[in-house]
Design a protein around this ligand. Structure first.
Ligand SMILES: [Zn+2]
Length: 364
């Protein structure tokens, strides 16, 4: 397949052509220099690295009805919030089914990977692994130990199956818990994520002291707090739709201006479909509504580039023949790529490769 249009990736936006075979990039060059080959399928569009969802709770997909109105604490705070009662009341099979459906949705949206905060201890992570079997979405499972104070043997057993630990707010945990978990994650070479300054402002020392790899939300952080977070080089996952449900928004305007490393997540699967395209568009529009506008390029980076850097795989965010993953081809006008991608992408605009002849025959 020959795509003539533009590339939007770690190097920004540029006019280009891209040749793709079996989902992999084989050739990239300046638009106009592509040359035509007989019989080659040609598409006009934008080629991007596949996005990464930097924050989900896919287990929450067991909830299928409108959640009750109320403050965030009554809905998602452990151990008695609405979602924890739902999780406790659902069977293992129901949870696996719900997570599988959420992952399928992400697959259709072209998502390459998700960073999931999985509650329910080691069994919760094992359940997630089972649900993710066979999915093309790579799942980074950040599990959560159940005992408090944290028991070292439980933590080690959790880290043996998880990609790290994702804790509830630092307000819900003692300094000692955060430090113990952070140390264990570092020793195991795994990630440590923490919700912070979501409903009320917390002092940055509180959540930065354990040196987390990822902070989630920071909706109540002040500009000075954000400066500190940037200087400590900690990445922030923001979830504007989930925050909006509770009347809040992250200060994306300051985050962009300060150069904070921002990643985009869709948070609790009981609130929203895990669609980064919808998240991007909402974030863009909401920033205008607050008269704190952010650029489309900033939001596109938060979904397509920053998470790959966070994963230590920046080469996956560069559309080039040596890129390890499969890029997405979006059937969009290529003139202003970031704006087009952020405000207009839906799963229907993702160009799927033609099934190979053998597969087509088998499907008959
Ligand atoms: Zn969360």
């Amino acid at each position: 397949m020959l795509v003539v249009g533009a590339i939007l990736d770690i190097d920004g936006a540029r006019p280009a052509y891209v040749r793709i075979r079996n989902g992999r990039v084989t050739e990239v060059g300046a638009r106009g220099a592509e040359g035509r080959r007989r019989g080659e399928r040609t598409v006009r569009g934008i080629v991007v690295p596949a996005p990464v969802n930097a924050h989900t709770h896919l287990g929450d997909a067991v909830s299928v009805s409108e959640p009750p109105a109320g403050p965030v604490a009554s809905l998602i705070q452990p151990p008695h919030g609405y979602k924890f009662r739902l999780l406790a009341g659902a069977s293992r099979a129901e949870k696996v089914r719900a997570i599988r459906a959420a992952l399928l949705r992400m697959e259709q949206d072209g998502v390459a990977a998700t960073v999931d905060f999985r509650e329910e201890g080691r069994p919760g992570v094992e359940l997630l692994r089972e649900a993710a079997r066979g999915s093309s979405v790579r799942v980074l499972a950040l599990g959560r130990p159940l005992s408090r104070p944290v028991v070292r043997t439980e933590l080690d057993r959790l880290l043996a199956v998880a990609d790290g630990v994702g804790l509830s707010s630092s307000r819900d945990e003692t300094d000692e818990t955060c430090r113990t978990v952070a140390r264990a994650c570092r020793a195991a070479g795994k990630k440590f994520g923490l919700h912070a300054s979501e409903a009320v402002r917390e002092k940055p020392e509180r959540y930065l002291d354990p040196r987390p790899d990822l902070l989630v939300h920071l909706t109540k952080a002040t500009v000075d707090d954000l400066v500190t977070v940037r200087d400590e080089r900690v990445s922030v996952a923001v979830c504007p739709r989930s925050n909006a449900l509770f009347g809040r928004q992250p200060d994306l305007y300051s985050m962009e201006r300060l150069g904070v490393s921002v990643l985009l997540g869709t948070d609790n699967a009981m609130f929203h479909a895990p669609s980064l395209w919808r998240e991007m568009e909402f974030a863009y529009v909401a920033s205008r509504l607050r008269r704190r506008p952010v650029s489309a390029a900033f939001l596109a980076r938060a979904a397509l580039v920053e998470p790959w850097k966070w994963l230590g795989e920046p080469e996956a965010a560069l559309v080039a023949p040596e890129m390890p993953g499969r890029p997405l081809v979006l059937r969009l006008p290529p003139d202003d790529p970031a704006y087009q991608v952020v405000t207009r992408t839906t799963e229907h605009l993702i160009v799927r490769g033609r099934p190979r002849r053998r597969q087509r025959a088998a499907a008959r």
